[in-house]
Design a protein around this ligand. Sequence first.
Ligand code: ZN
Ligand code: ZN
Length: 572
Amino acid sequence: MKKLCILLIFPFFTFNIVAQNEFSIYKDSFIEQLWSLYPSWASNSGYYKYNYKLNIPDEVNRKEQLVFSENQLAILNTISIDQLTLADKTDFFLIRDFLKNIPWELNELKEYEWNPSIYNVNGDFSYLLNTEYAPLEDRLRTINEKMKYVAAYFEAAKSNIKNPTIEHTKLAIEQNKNSVDVFSDDIPKAVELANLTKEEKIAILENATACKKSVLSFVTFLEKMPNLHPRDFRLGKELYVTKFSQQIQSEYNSDELFYMALNRKKYLHEQMFHYTQVLWKDYFTNKAIPKDTIVAIRMMIDTLSAKHIKAEDFQTSIEKHIPLLVDFINNKNLIYLDPSKPLEVRKEPAYMAGVAGASISSPGPYDKESKTYYNVGSIEGWPKDKQESYLREYNNYILQILDIHEAIPGHYTQGIYANQSPSIIKTILGNGAMIEGWAVYSELMMLENGYGNNSPEMWLMYYKWNLRSTCNTILDIGVHTQNMSKEDALDLLTRQAFQQKAEAEGKWNRVQLSNVQLCSYFSGFKEIIDLREAYKKEQGAAYSVKTFNEEFLSYGSIPVKYIKQLMLNKQK
Ligand code: ZN
Ligand code: ZN
């Protein structure tokens, strides 16, 4: 009897397994070809086979990418999705969406023509020099191989560029000027320390000198190029709408998200004024509260921002804070934290310096067991007024929220869960809006559960922080699709979002140089909050925030709209 059952079930199962095996073989070949076509991306993901390669960004290479997209999509068309597991289905969608995007980027967006700042080899060479994936000698030999492509790389760049934007041209000049150090200082220093033959050393140094020349010739080319009809840095509505849908992969379009962000801003202002009223007497005893709510909120924020740490304590205060976050989460039972996965707070390594105040370096898909680093930039060398402004921005309240966002249960925790899902596809084609959205959601989730003892100060500062990601969306869509002026942008950021002038100017620079990415924070946040509401309703009495958090993260870094399909209506 038992045997018969097995026989009956067997054909059904084999079918399924064949489909899965086929798909898993397909994925392996897809990834191998992907890495060979995008060697820098491969290196950065911890796949080192193509470290020696540097793509020449010419017509031939663009053709290769188009053929890759076409061929791979044709193969995908032969796979029947119905027979795949849920996890494979989402991999399938991620690959398909990625491949569909390639022709659009090359034929419509054409960033290779108007954005000279995409031409920069500093990251590639610094990465090989600073990542100890192999002995220094081997890495220098690989660097030497790779340096042979640099001249052709910049020649192709020069012939690609047509009517570039003034802003990206300026950035390209600055960044490339700064990047010559890797060839004139860093590589020669490493050569000195390395155990190589005299001939090898001479060859590497000669190639490094040639690379430096190529970089500088690109800089001169940009400086001298007549650019009579520069492209507007504003992407324009048509391109923006498509890029938004492909990159954010939200169930909303950019117009819908824009109005949701405006509503959120209104809500946040109401909340902030409420807490300002609650706190007013404690801080301004006899002073009447201003009629203009924005002015009142600003006064309260300025007062609370004075509570901040000293510049030299920045890193130690983060180090002390991390275990407190772990305790809080465990006590409140908010999400399982794997104690065997270390998080190390470290001073930002020199080659990253100046990029950001704090960031997370997560282990890549090929070295899941290695440490996660919380990189903290030192501000000790800064001028006093700049230091003060930064410390007021990252005051005692905001600094705690920053740790939640970057580390626990934000980016660090999400990264650990993502690495548990055995899909390399989800790790390499991960969705930025889901990743940022989770970090932004985790801040609110902590406060809702009593983090900061529900103090009005903490809530007020939290809302100010949340207003930042909300206004990032208003700014990005406004500037790139609605011609928002610099004046209006600065008013939005400084007056309506209570930011320091320096911070707002920095954001204005960023929105001139990037597009769409600034929407990822609010977009992901909004969709996660909505999904949690729907999930709560569906679960009824069985709902717990821990179950939601853990299940949500278990699918890996895929667009929230796909997670929604997997989490809701499971019975159906
Ligand atoms: Zn101060
Ligand atoms: Zn983030």
